[in-house]
Design a protein around this ligand. Sequence first.
Ligand code: PEP
Length: 250
Amino acid sequence: MRKQIVAGNWKMNMTFPEGINLIQEIINNSTSLKEAQLIISPPYLLLNEAVSLTEETNIGIAAQNCSDHEKGAFTGEISAKMLSSLEMKYVILGHSERRAYFGETDQLINQKIKQCLTNGLQPIVCCGEIMEERENKEHFNVVAKQIKGMFERITAEEFDSIIIAYEPVWAIGTGKTASPDQAQEMHHFIRETIRNSYGSEIANNLSILYGGSCKPSNAKELFSNADVDGGLIGGASLNAKDFIAIAYSF
Ligand code: PEP
């Protein structure tokens, strides 16, 4: 059975003390949560503390990025091996902000996925179209191309630890959410695409998260779809009560 997951992407928000408070608040409010696996993704600055504070809980920790290189003279970068030495589990890769502002391509994301897999980290891999692509009815082709490029030469055995997040770029941070039908249609398409490449067992076990202005008021409707296995949450993950309310929406 595939996992239901609610993952919070904090992006470049929270000072060190603010972040510690938010982690503590999330821990305090989620002690009886059974419905979903919670994951939080604070900035690098807070990862070590986040791992220690959540040690006895059911909360997983994700980084928001990692280098495509193993090690060496790459000033400012953090490698998958370094992250894995913190005993954390997940890394968000291919977020549309990394594609738009840092020029990340499917090929680069593919290298990062390989670094994560080599180091025992589970990538949460993002895909999604911009509004113009949807209006031109190119959204399925765009997502299929992203998937093909990002998972090139990833074996079925390796793919087992992948989580995919469908995040229509037009819905991220805009307050515009994909309708439950739009989300289901694309999630189903992604699952079938993976089924064609990796077979039914892997496709059926794959968690596909929806991201894009997901909040307590719309999470239930989105998560009730057969192929929507949870959410990747940006803005609403910075408020512990909203974040936990989303996780209780299954
Ligand atoms: C995101 O950035 O991954 C995201 C889904 O953001 P928001 O929830 O704020 O739209």
